[in-house]
Design a protein. Structure first.
Length: 486
């Protein structure tokens, strides 16, 4: 039987993708109302719930000679105070100072010799608020399971609910020796394919069903491969990157996006891609980059996590490619073009093909998986990642303090200077923009263009304005007429 603590092929690929300049952790900036809790109080709350997320007590053990994927093992030296940091913002403690701190924290790689997560308690935020910065390696979570962890660590009511005590006190299991890690990996390699063979023989009892499924699967893999063979176009977002990051966000209203969808058609995700395409096109034109007939390729992760897998860690995602038509300046036409594109993508079975290849990667030798991951990073298969994760549509609380907003961050792959993550929470739809520090020094300009793109499409759809008045017009005016020109 396969070791349940061994990383899957997809999980381990995020280790192979990591470089000095490309850190593979997902992250978030959570803003809370009220005075920050005492550091010791926060430590106590986290320690009381660690048994609900046991991977947070484990670190990676690597198989000698790369003869197997790493496994999760208990960390006998676990120190929660190492993982939970405490800091404060300089005055005036506004969003600018918080974004600057988040960029610096997100620029630091996680230590692979320890459990792969960190939290930063941030005091000094203006308006009687505080923040928590979170970092978790992508080998440990994907976007959906990351949201599930948040709902475990947070409360759904202002009064913290009692947490059931663990059945027994946690004691770290002995660390496996190098010889044991190697022996287990080699044994698994020889026994698990036999389990697959037995499953295949069971499937062959219904040959017609198998033939139909096989034909569909091959078609899905072919659709994905055909897209992958076509290199993404060159763009200012695909340059060599360094280790340092800038981080900013745009806060939007989920009901407004639903109203746009109801008025103009498509899905909420289509609307998200349409406003992102509008912002990228405007940004490139401000920088005198041609956008006529330019279609940037976005890698759009799709969750394949079943309902019964909710709360489980690890990665259960597949990928789809979406072409963003930057040259289409009419917002309604742009939305319709993207809706049609996404319908064709879904019908082509790209996500199914990606899921099949994900499963097959579990049987590839680790050395081949490492080379494939590095090749993918160099080949410019996509221009940027745009990931949209559904979050809880009810308020969350940390030690009685309400979570006001959460802004997500997706890691940057090699030669990719921009990533956009979107997370819905309690009626909000919040965009987190991360960029290479030097390649996209004016990522705030892109954020302004994103706000303007949302306003433009909402106006075309006659969607009601959100409760918070838009700030894009003020931001454009502050930049002056030259940079505000479209």
């Amino acid at each position: 039987m396969a070791n349940k603590d061994r990383l899957t092929g997809l999980d381990s690929s995020f280790l192979h993708l990591e470089r000095d300049s490309a850190h593979m952790h997902v992250a978030g900036c959570s803003v809370f109302k009220g005075e920050a809790p005492a550091y010791d109080e926060l430590i106590g709350a986290i320690e009381s719930r660690l048994h609900l997320v046991p991977r947070y007590r484990q670190r990676l053990a690597f198989v000698p000679f790369d003869q197997g994927r790493p496994v999760w093992v208990d960390d006998p030296h676990l120190n929660v105070r190492y993982h939970v940091r405490h800091t404060a913002l300089p005055r005036p403690g506004g969003d600018a100072e918080l974004k600057r701190l988040a960029g610096r924290v997100f620029s630091q790689a996680l230590d692979r010799s320890r459990p792969l997560w960190e939290l930063w308690l941030v005091e000094g935020l203006a308006g009687g608020r505080f923040a928590v910065l979170s970092k978790t390696h992508h080998a440990l979570v994907d976007g959906v399971s990351g949201v599930d962890i948040a709902t475990v660590l947070f409360d759904a009511s202002p009064e913290p609910l009692p947490v059931a005590s663990p059945e027994h006190e946690w004691v770290a299991r002995p660390l496996p020796s190098s010889a044991q890690l190697l022996a287990d990996a080699l044994l698994e390699r020889t026994t698990v394919p036999a389990e697959v063979g037995r499953g295949m023989r069971a499937m062959l009892r219904g040959p017609r069903t198998v033939a139909t499924r096989l034909a569909r699967s091959l078609g899905s893999v072919g659709a994905l491969a055909w897209t992958g063979f076509q290199a993404a176009p060159a763009s200012p977002f695909n340059v060599r990157i360094g280790p340092h990051r800038r981080f900013t966000w745009v806060r939007a209203d989920l009901d407004q996006f639903k109203a746009i969808k109801d008025s103009l058609g498509g899905t909420v995700n289509d609307v998200v891609l349409a406003v992102v395409a509008g912002a990228l096109g405007s940004y490139m034109r401000v920088h005198s980059n041609a956008t006529d007939r330019v279609g940037l390729r976005a890698m759009v992760p799709v969750s394949i996590r079943a309902d019964i897998e909710r709360g489980a860690l690890g990665n259960r995602v597949a990928a789809m490619w979406a072409t963003l038509p930057l040259g289409v300046t009419d917002p309604v036409q742009r939305l319709h073009a993207i809706s049609e594109e996404m319908r064709e993508v879904k019908q082509s079975g790209q996500a199914v093909g990606a899921e099949i290849l994900t499963h097959l990667s579990g049987f590839a030798p680790p050395t081949i998986m490492a080379q494939a991951a590095r090749l993918q990073a160099r080949q410019r298969l996509f221009n940027l990642v745009v990931t949209n994760v559904p979050g809880p549509q009810f308020p969350l609380y940390l030690l009685g303090r309400e979570l006001e907003a959460i802004y997500p961050m997706v890691p940057l792959a090699e030669n990719t200077a921009l990533g956009i993550a979107i997370l819905s929470y309690n009626g909000q739809l919040n965009f987190g923009l991360v960029s290479d520090y030097d390649a996209l020094a004016d990522v705030e300009l892109l954020a302004d263009e994103l706000r303007a793109s949302i306003d433009e499409l909402a106006a075309a759809a006659r969607a009601p304005a959100p409760a918070t008045p838009p700030t894009a017009i003020k931001a454009r005016a502050a930049r002056g007429p030259a940079t505000a020109a479209r």
